[in-house]
Design a protein around this ligand. Sequence first.
Ligand SMILES: O=P(O)(O)OC[C@H]1O[C@H](O[C@H]2O[C@H](CO)[C@@H](O)[C@H](O)[C@H]2O)[C@H](O)[C@@H](O)[C@@H]1O
Length: 298
Amino acid sequence: MSSATPTVEPLSHLQTHQTAKKPAELATKHNTRLLNTDSLSREYKSANKRLLMFDYDGTLTPIVKNPADAQPTQNLLRYLAALCRDPSNTVWIISGRDQEFLQTHLGHIERLGLSAEHGSFMKLAGTHEWIDMLQNADMSWKSTCLKIFENYTAQTPGTVIEQKKSSITWHYRNALDQDEAYRQSLLCYEELKKIGGVDILVGKMNLEVRSLLVNKGEVVKRIQTQEGPADFILCAGDDQTDEDMFRALCDDKRAFCVLVGPPNRETLAGWCVESSEQVVSLLGSMVPQVTNGSNSSL
Ligand SMILES: O=P(O)(O)OC[C@H]1O[C@H](O[C@H]2O[C@H](CO)[C@@H](O)[C@H](O)[C@H]2O)[C@H](O)[C@@H](O)[C@@H]1O
């Protein structure tokens, strides 16, 4: 990230939006190649300007029952900090999480760019202020959405609502009756559709509603505009919302788009790894090691 004054504009003036597609519409491949770390390593080493973008939940940390428990490991923090110290790298976390969570757990890492709530808030690499990308945007849908989620929470024991500033998530991972919770989620989805003017995301045992003005693909495009061309791009994610990032990069031959998931999952990513642990070790392998007084990476 350049140290010049950031030029990112809020989004509320936008007339057109790109809507995240449902999984069925994303299908291009059913047998995604396992990530070739040798090839990635070669490209990484030979690049002079690199852009690294990571989703958080399910990509840098495993999916766990309680969202508050999905905290970064010490290794992950160390690797991210080291990657950010390399002036050839620009590193971003692009997440559905809110600012508070990202700031608390990752905000201390120098030069790490953070995007919260699918691009509703951004903290540019090398800066300390968060930018509200949706200032002045219409948020009147939130109260209707909240009422719908409250009804489903009351009817479905064990489910909870996570309220964020510009998105709301209904979690049913810990529902007492899982089958019933799934059935309720289908009904809830149909009711949410009636709100109009919002994106409804089917996440990992959650339903999430957010403004149509934001998605992670637009975040990727903004970062690329801000940073200029990179000669190595790595983008990793595990969820439906991450497909928007892959879509934004799918014509770029320099980009390694990596799904954290099985090879038979429908995705726009060209590569896959099985687990978030593998992503973290990949980051570890990219960090320069001090060996016999000399630095080597990968
Ligand atoms: O864009 P992400 O960084 O992947 O965030 C997506 C949502 O992740 C969180 O929920 C998911 O992860 C939890 C922790 O593993 C899990 O308990 C939950 O069932 C998952 O749906 C987070 O709570 C949401 O706010 C994010 O939007």
